[in-house]
Design a protein around this ligand. Sequence first.
Ligand SMILES: CC(C)(COP(=O)(O)OP(=O)(O)OC[C@H]1O[C@@H](n2cnc3c(N)ncnc32)[C@H](O)[C@@H]1OP(=O)(O)O)[C@@H](O)C(=O)NCCC(=O)NCCS
Length: 178
Amino acid sequence: MPQNPSFAAPTAVRLLRYTRAEQDEILGGGDDPFGVAATGLSWLPKEDHFGVRHGDRLVAHAGLLRLSGAAGDTGTEVVGVGGVAVAPDVRGQGLARLVIAAALEHARTMGPRHALLFCRPPLVPLYQRLGWCPLNEAVLVEQPDSRLVTMPLPTMVTPLHDNAHWPSGPVRLFSLPM
Ligand SMILES: CC(C)(COP(=O)(O)OP(=O)(O)OC[C@H]1O[C@@H](n2cnc3c(N)ncnc32)[C@H](O)[C@@H]1OP(=O)(O)O)[C@@H](O)C(=O)NCCC(=O)NCCS
């Protein structure tokens, strides 16, 4: 980071693991580090993890998970992106852009034609800046006890391959959200 010449050119790497302690290291713990507790939703853990280290410290993370769903009448798979986090003292320096780019590079090898994420409304412009588009469709997600609920947060998608067009129609995930 600019404050530390030894961290002039951060790079994002794939992480072998990502624990709650590492998330706390980035976001500082707290009951609601992503600001989504008010939704009352249950979320899936991510399976693939990407991060940026500053010395021994993990300062940024993005996670991935392959999910099945449907858009309109079309069954589809997507790569869900979640757990995007950058430590407060190093925000605004492009680390979210960097770690999401590394995650999406891997997502392009996973098969699905799109990546999808949910975010709080104030973050929509940030993800648009990174090339994501808001999905103006209702998105149904599963919750424990087989409940189906409409996702109250904005949904963003980005193509992972050339000529990938998101199908029109209501969207459903056949799982908890990520
Ligand atoms: C959201 C968060 C990950 C952003 O991290 P960050 O490292 O500050 O983001 P970056 O510096 O990489 O910014 C990414 C891009 O968005 C832009 N941007 C940032 N805020 C923006 C805004 N309000 N409107 C439009 N663009 C914005 C930046 O300028 C940058 O674009 P550029 O590279 O072309 O300049 C970080 O604030 C965070 O961890 N928040 C708490 C956890 C959270 O809410 N995670 C999101 C879960 S969906």
